[in-house]
Write a new protein. Sequence first.
Length: 423
Amino acid sequence: MRFLKDFGTQGFWLQVGTMGAILALAAALHLLLAFFTKRARKRLASKNPFLSALADSLVAIVSPGLTLAGGYTAFEVFKAYGWPRDVLLKITQLFWIILGFFLLSVIVRHTAKPSISRKAVRFLLLPLMALLLILHSLDMLIPVVNFARTHSIGFGEFQISLYSLVVGTALIVLFYRLSLWAERLLESRFLPKTLGDESVSPVPARLITYLILGIGIFIILDTVGINLTTLQILAGAIGIGVGFGLQKLFLDLFAGLFLLGEKSLAPGHIVEIDGQLGTVKKLGFRSFVVETLDHVSLVVPNSALMEGKMVNYTRDGDLVRITVPVPVSYSSEPREVEKALLAAGKRLEEKMDAMLLPRVFFDGFGDSALNFTLAIWVNVDSARQIPALKTEMRYLIWDSLKEHGITIPFPQMDVHIKENPKG
C-alpha cells in the first residue's frame, strides 16, 4: 500500500481531511436532495412508476457521483500546488468501484423480480464490491487483472483468457437483463404512446429486444477477442444451408410486421379462423394466441393469415351482425313471414340490448321453400356469444312462426313413374 508511505505526515492528514470534507458534503447534498424530493417522488409513484423508480435511482447514485467529482477536483488542485496526492487518488479510485456497484444495483433492481434482485445484490454484488475494494486497497487489483489477461483456458484450438471469460459472462447477463427490461419498458410505456395503440406494442418491443441482444452479441464477441470476419464467413455458409429450413419462420416474422403495420389484429379482437370462434389474447413476433369458446388456446402462425381466411368481427365499428336463415313453406304469405320474424327479432333485441332494429331479407325461391334471413345487430361485447345468440334466435323464431301458423318445410322430391309403352 504505497499510498500509506506518508502516513502521519501533514500532507497525509491534509489529504484525508480534504477527502473527509468531500464525503461529508456529498452525503449532506444526498440527504437534502432525498428529503426535498421525497414528496414529489411519492406523487410520481402513483402517476408514473417508471419515472419514480428512475428518480429514486438517480438520488441513490448522487453521493458516490459527487464524491468522484469532488475527489478528482481536489486531486487537480493538489497537483497544481505540488502537494502530496496519493491518498486522494487512491480513495477516489475506490469510489469508481462503489459507483459501479450502485449502477449495477439499479440495473438489477429494474430488470429482476424484487426477491431475486435482493439476493443478487446481497450475495453477488456486495461480495464482489468488497473483493474489488480490498484488492485495490492492497495494490493487487492490477496484478490480478494482468494475471487474468495472460492466462487462458482452451477448448480445442480455441483459447480464451480468464479475463475475457469473466467479462464476457458478465456482459451476457447484463445485455440479457437489459433486453428484458427494455422490452417491458417499451411495451408498457413508450410504444403505446408512440403508436397510439397499446395492443400492437408487443411486436415492435420484441423486435427492439432482439436488436439489443444482437448488438450485445457483437460487443461480447469483440470483447472476448473472437474474429468477426471468420464468423461472417461461417454465418454465410450456415445461412445457405439453414435458410431453406427456416423459410416458414421468416415468413411468420414478416407476416408479423405486416400485421403491425396494418393493425388488422389486436388483443381483444373476436375472430373466426377455420370455423373456430375466439378472442385474440396475445400478439407475438412469430404467432398470435386465440382463446376459443371452449377456453382452449390456439397458437396460430402469423403466416396463416396470409395463406388462409380470417373473419374479424371487431376490427371496424362497434356492431356485429348476426344472421339466421329461415326457410318456410310455399303456402306461407311472405309479408306474414316478415312480421313473424320481426317479432322474434324484437324479442331478442329486448333480451340482448341490441343496438339496431332487426331486419328481414327475402333471399329467394328455393326448391322446397321460400328462403328468408333474420338479421340483428349486437354490440361487439356480445360477439363471443354468437353461438348462444343464434340458438336463442332459433328458439324465438320457432315460437313466433308457430304463433303465426307458419310451417317450416322439409325437402321434398316428386318422382314420376312413366309406363313402359312396350309393356
